[in-house]
Write a protein that binds this ligand. Sequence first.
Ligand code: SAH
Length: 261
Amino acid sequence: MEMRPAPKPADPIGTVHLVGAGPGDPELLTLRAARLIAAARLIVHDGLVDPAILAMAPADARLISVAKSRSRHTMPQDAINALLVREALAGNDVVRLKGGDPFVFGRGGEEAEACRAAGVPVAVVPGISAALGAAAAAGIALTHRDAASTVSFVAGQCKGLADQDWTGLAGHGRTLVIYMGLATAAAITDKLIADGLSPAMPVAVIENATRPGMRVLRGVLAGLDRIVADHAVKSPALIVIGEVAARADASELAFIAETVR
Ligand code: SAH
């Protein structure tokens, strides 16, 4: 009888781990994220991921940056999706590291869909989203019982701002947190005031939350774009609008200045 060679097992497909890196401070990683990073062979990361977190990877791990910024797209989303799929199909486990949480304005949904469509297994590791990290670091209780019973997260970037319906998201008893809203601060102010929000509503702008050089700037809605311009606030920054934004006191902020390295 003719001897046939045993069939070769198919190359295993790697898993894509969509991992939230939190707002910056490495101590705000989840244990699972820290474990995956420390064991990674390949990390595909955004620009928002802190260098101190990337330094936790093994020295010989491959690190690929797909950094994005508003004006400079290092790699279009389709190319990122294709890269993840290609590496996984080649048998490599991929740690796809994203700032904050992968499913909060992180385009993790698209990456997960692209992987699943190609038959690549996906695992999602949640992270502390910037709104939660920034609120903690600035001493702003997003739903302080005396000041807010709802909180909303919105994206404030130029594209589509005019079409977004924010009615009812901000106002008395409500907290609105705006991601990616620096460049559109003036348009955001106009939109909210046109919707009936008081120009005197407290606001806080939190730049580099939980990172070195963090700043918390406070004021009122009517002065939002001036805060951003006068203090030359740079990305990444969040805008918090609502009564809770006025509640943190100076002693809390002094404490934060000491704890944020
Ligand atoms: N997936 C991320 C958000 C990505 S969108 C998350 O869950 O946090 C990028 C926006 O997040 C930035 O434009 C900024 O508005 C906000 N952001 C991220 N990190 C931040 C930080 N350390 N401080 C302030 N804002 C931050």
